[in-house]
Design a protein. Structure first.
Length: 317
């Protein structure tokens, strides 16, 4: 079983607005409302892939109740801690004509120390039979940036692997706790290592740097697919995986689906190369639908043959 943790859960509204312009009145041509937050998106994708998963985290107020009801309606097993503060609502505006999307995210609730402790107790209970825990998303206000790091260390002592998908100080501190996998996007990875990436050598140095910080495996997602450092026994191999060309509707949540498909493939005992192909294909398939974490697994299967996979070698090698 896999457990996903979302501290900053939300109700996500995604509106499709052709020819979106600031300062103008628009009428959406379509809309999707889902329970959201990166960990919830990962849980949704894992459910579609047939992987046993339970979603947990923090929810509060009427919005929190709606989040739980939405997950239950999707048959996603969940067990959240209810807090006093109100969970957030987030809105994404997708413009299919311009190929852009605009996100408006609320800050989310303030979380008390006793509420965090309840979450940790919940996590200890839920992970008794878990193989992997996915910590994904931002931290709410007043939660210390080392929360993921401390939780990862505790789980590691119990021989439970952790995948971490976050940004900023929580990512930097979390990497030092030696998680099994970290999956920043390119912008988050650039901030972590302190430089921009322009070519394969930059990405290779970045992968090695993040691994040296503590992460056992590293996936850096990009608009074209991902770069990866994956360990096989004592050897670390570096890959570039390029997604097949598709006509995207929305890229919101594609990185969450990529992460879910990778851990699902590894959960099934598939090789690192097979897992990368499955992950990038699922991420590409998710861009064909509106709504984070949603995709057609059959479409992802068809796209796998078009994934370009190569070893990442140093420039001049």
């Amino acid at each position: 079983m896999i457990v996903t943790v979302t501290l900053n859960a939300a109700i996500d509204r995604t509106l499709t607005v052709p020819n979106f312009q600031r300062g103008q009145r628009h009428r959406a041509s379509a809309g999707v409302t889902l329970a959201g937050g990166k960990g919830i998106n990962v849980a949704r994708a894992l459910k579609l892939l047939g992987v046993p998963v339970v979603a947990t985290g923090l929810v509060g107020g009427a919005t929190g109740t709606r989040i739980v009801e939405q997950l239950t309606s999707e048959a996603i097993l969940n067990d959240f801690v209810h807090i006093e503060g109100e969970s957030r609502t987030s809105t994404a505006v997708v413009d299919p004509t311009g190929g852009t999307y605009t996100e408006i995210n609320e800050w989310g609730p303030v979380v008390r120390p006793d509420e965090l402790e309840m979450l940790l107790e919940k996590l200890r209970y839920l992970t008794q039979g878990a193989e992997l825990v996915v910590f994904a998303g931002s931290l709410p206000r007043d939660v210390q940036p080392d929360f993921y790091a401390e939780a990862t260390r505790e789980l590691s002592r119990r021989q439970i692997q952790v995948a971490l998908d976050t940004e900023g100080p929580p990512l930097a501190l979390g990497v030092e706790s030696e998680p099994f996998l970290v999956t920043p996007n390119q912008t988050e990875a650039e901030a972590l290592v302190g430089q921009e990436f322009h070519d394969d050598e930059d990405f290779r140095v970045a992968l090695d740097t993040v691994a040296e910080m503590g992460a056992r495996n590293v996936l850096i997602t990009t608009d074209q697919g991902c770069l990866a450092l994956l360990r096989e026994e004592r050897e670390a191999l570096r890959y570039r995986a390029v997604a097949p060309l598709v006509d995207p509707v929305s890229t919101v949540g594609s990185g969450d689906v990529l992460l879910a498909a990778f851990v699902a493939a590894r959960h099934a005992g598939r090789s690192n190369e097979e897992a990368l192909r499955a992950a990038v294909a699922a991420g590409a398939a998710s861009t064909l639908e509106v709504g984070a974490g949603r995709f057609d697994p059959r479409q992802a299967g068809r796209l796998q043959a078009g994934v370009g996979l190569s070893l990442l070698e140093p420039v001049g090698a």
